[in-house]
Design a protein around this ligand. Sequence first.
Ligand code: PLP
Length: 339
Amino acid sequence: MVAEDVLDLDGSGIGCLEHSHRGEVFDQVLSQTELLTRSVLSVPSDYSVLFLQGGATQQFGLIPMNFSGTGPSAHTNTGVWTTKAIRAAEQFGSTSIVFDGSDDGFRNLPDPTNLQIPDEASFLHTCANNTVMGTQWKTLPRPPASVPHICDMSSEIGSRVLDWNNLDMLYAGCQKNLGVAGTVLVIIKNDLLLRSQAPTPFNYQEHASAGSRLNTPPTFGIVVLRRMLEWIQQHGGVTNMALRAEQRAQLLYDAIESTQGYWRPHASHGCQSVMNITWHGPSPEAESEFLNQANEIGFSGLKGHRSVGGLRASVYNAADEDACQKLAELIYTSSRSSK
Ligand SMILES: *Cc1c(COP(=O)(O)O)cnc(C)c1O
């Protein structure tokens, strides 16, 4: 348990909040966490694994700072996070928006094989799971071979088997599926790493050369990450996480469907997320009545993001199927009782 690590890290008699980030005990934590990351996510050997401070939002700036070039950076705009990433990239060069879903409230994702990604783009940036909108790419777009693909996986990392043939870099704020806030996992192909061009504290290559200890890494977050990765490994790995996520999401989407239009999913069929399920009701009153009923039986945080409205169930790896079953029942019964 993390509580043990706080009091006594790995039998050292000293807690993880007290250990030096350059001491032997933390050396072990760092190398074990890297090994676990590599094993759980099947990271190929020509990729580096970095544990950095901050959140995914910092990466929106660091990526163009390191990799923008003469060509534009290409982006699929699929929600609030990619919009922020585009705003950040504009500060470092031109951008090419190869898909923009803003016109229809980001309900849809395009056919990934049907995008015009310029050959001269400095990189392609995508977001695998759009946390706020509840859409998720079933297959990510694949840029031309000359264009590195960089993906924000903050809200789905560890819940899906990765296609490394189509990823040059991924990053994830750890607070959603891998632990606590303040830590970002970055996995980056070494040939892309070599192109890092940002000044010192922002340069990926320098972080890699320093083994994630250019400065003090987020030690507590790394200790929690090690626990999370162990838990995933002990529970059948990412393959099983993916299966469980599908099953939980199916319960909720089926329940929404069973209300015959009383509740309506926000995301279109074919791109519905298995991590964040978003839906709308017939009126704001019906939605707040649902929230009250849900709160009474122990659910919290089901209110949709202010930019989408409606309701949202975030079902990350830790969510259990029983809770989803209970929520699915409420979705169904709430539609009956108001008819
Ligand atoms: C939550 C989230 C972010 C923002 O993460 P911070 O760590 O708060 O900066 C970025 N991208 C996605 C997909 C997210 O879900």
